[in-house]
Design a protein around this ligand. Structure first.
Ligand code: 13P
Length: 248
């Protein structure tokens, strides 16, 4: 039995004041013991979020990390620094990083290796563009991204995969539960081919316009183990409703 994970990706939003407000609402409400809940603010808001979440059921994650352990890499943040700052999770290979920062599968693999070495739990994002889906290449793209990131890693403990079809991110278009389930099952099949990984135990979460009104039907699918939530995670009530839907 996989424990659902609902993670808010706040992207490049917020001020110290809005982080206070949002987390005051989430922390006072608490999180059900049957769901893992996390929020991922921008780097500079991580210390504040960690201190506000202390003693609560909410974990904090980062939206990215460096592929290097330390050194002359201006502007980068190492995975071990995130652990040292109280982060439990790190999102890797988000489509916005692939699109706007040219992150290749090789770069995602290097970041994953760095995250695993530092002992932070990685959420590796995969997903096809609209063109790729319309060309019938969705599975090919997702398989390439998975293989590119995961093959050859020394260990994949604590791995989570997020399937985020690019055409569903921030667009209001959601994959239908059937479309999402089909891809999640495909992803689990790909994971089965990796040596030393218990694919049945790996959480595969869905991302792309998850809202309170579509979360329950997504979570009802066999291979959907939670959500990576963008826009709706900036509203405490909406995020809490999505967390509640994950309780089943
Ligand atoms: P939206 O929920 O805003 O579509 O964003 C999804 C996402 O990119 C989460 O990482």
């Amino acid at each position: 039995m996989r424990k659902p994970l609902v993670m808010g990706n706040w992207k490049m939003h917020g001020t110290r004041a809005s982080v206070h407000k949002l987390l005051a609402g989430l922390v006072s409400e608490g999180a059900p013991a049957s769901v893992d809940v996390a929020v991922c603010p921008v780097f500079v808001h991580i210390p504040l979020a960690v201190s506000l979440c202390e003693g609560s059921a909410l974990a904090v994650g980062a939206q990215d990390c460096s592929h290097m352990a330390e050194g002359a890499y201006t502007g980068e943040v190492a995975a071990a620094m995130l652990v040292d700052s109280g982060c439990h999770w790190v999102i890797l290979g988000h489509s916005e990083r692939r699109q706007y920062h040219g992150e290749s599968d090789d770069m995602v693999a290097a970041k994953l290796a760095a995250a695993l070495a530092a002992g932070i739990a990685p959420v590796v994002c995969v997903g096809e563009t609209r063109d790729e889906r319309e060309a019938g290449e969705a599975e090919y793209t997702v398989a390439r991204q998975l293989q590119g990131a995961l093959r050859g890693q020394a260990s994949l403990h604590s791995l989570v995969i997020a399937y985020e079809p690019v055409w569903a991110i921030g667009t209001g278009l959601t994959a239908t539960p059937e479309q999402a389930q089909a891809m999640h099952a495909f992803i689990r099949g790909q994971l089965e081919a990796l040596p030393g990984l218990d694919a049945a135990a790996v959480r595969v979460v869905y991302g792309g316009s998850v809202k309170p009104d579509n979360a329950a039907e997504l979570f009802a699918q066999d291979d959907i183990d939670g959500a990576l939530v963008g826009g709706a995670s900036l509203d405490a009530q909406d995020f809490q409703a999505i967390v509640a839907a994950a309780q089943g």
